[in-house]
Design a protein around this ligand. Structure first.
Ligand code: 5GP
Length: 205
């Protein structure tokens, strides 16, 4: 019988390795995903952000490789066909958007918490391929407030606003598919809630 008195060497425990958490943040147009991402970037530098690819042209101030990787339609389709995206979709019936797979997998392997800021179609695709991810829906305090924010930012013309609000209606109806809903009533409070959710889900293996 083995007992303390036997002077048997104790089994060596493998060092614990922290595995990062994949968090998918979705929500309707103008709810403040961009502002919240900027807040998290500044105040929580440990969070790793996926940089999406898109076929839409850059807006003033957007930097290739930082806000998005801007590519043409042909390059996007080539990457999609080669299986290089974790998910991809046509958003607002206009441009194509996709999450490059390699960098996300690397970040998670390296133990970083990774944040994807994508649309509902993309979130559904990730749920199929990465069910362990945490799915967070960012909601406006009310529908009226969402419309007010969209009109107020003034970056879309009337027809583009209508198109985005139509998508937003569908997205708002899908809230119950998500693990968590954060109401963006205050960017600081909502960002802190998001980061604390990310942290609570990280695991040691
Ligand atoms: P915007 O053109 O205003 O930057 O983004 C439009 C929409 O595309 C937003 O709802 C944003 O979350 C979504 N989006 C951004 N990157 C991706 C992505 O990689 N995949 C998907 N499915 N949607 C994305």
């Amino acid at each position: 019988m083995t007992s303390n008195g036997d002077q048997q060497p104790k089994p060596v425990e493998a060092p614990r390795r922290r595995v990062g958490r994949l968090v998918v943040l979705a929500g309707p147009t103008a709810v403040g995903k961009g502002t919240m991402s900027a807040y998290v970037r500044t105040h929580f530098p440990g969070v790793w952000f996926s940089v999406s690819m898109t076929t839409r042209p850059p807006r003033p101030g957007e930097v290739d490789g930082v806000h998005y990787h801007f590519v043409d339609d042909q390059e996007f389709d080539r990457l999609a066909l080669a299986g290089e995206f974790l998910e991809h979709a046509v958003v607002h019936g206009a441009a194509k958007y996709g999450t490059p797979r390699g960098p996300v997998e690397r970040a998670i392997r390296e133990g970083r918490d990774a944040l994807l800021e994508i649309d509902l179609q993309g979130a559904r695709q990730v749920r199929d391929s990465w069910p362990d991810a945490l799915f967070v829906f960012l909601a406006p305090p009310s529908w009226e407030e969402l419309v007010r924010r969209l009109v107020g930012r003034g970056t879309e013309d009337e027809s583009e606003r209508e198109r985005r609000l139509a998508t937003a209606r569908t997205e708002m109806a899908a809230q119950s598919e998500f693990d968590e809903v954060i109401v963006n009533d205050d960017v600081r409070r909502a960002s802190e809630e998001l980061v604390s959710l990310m942290r609570s889900g990280s695991a040691d293996v």
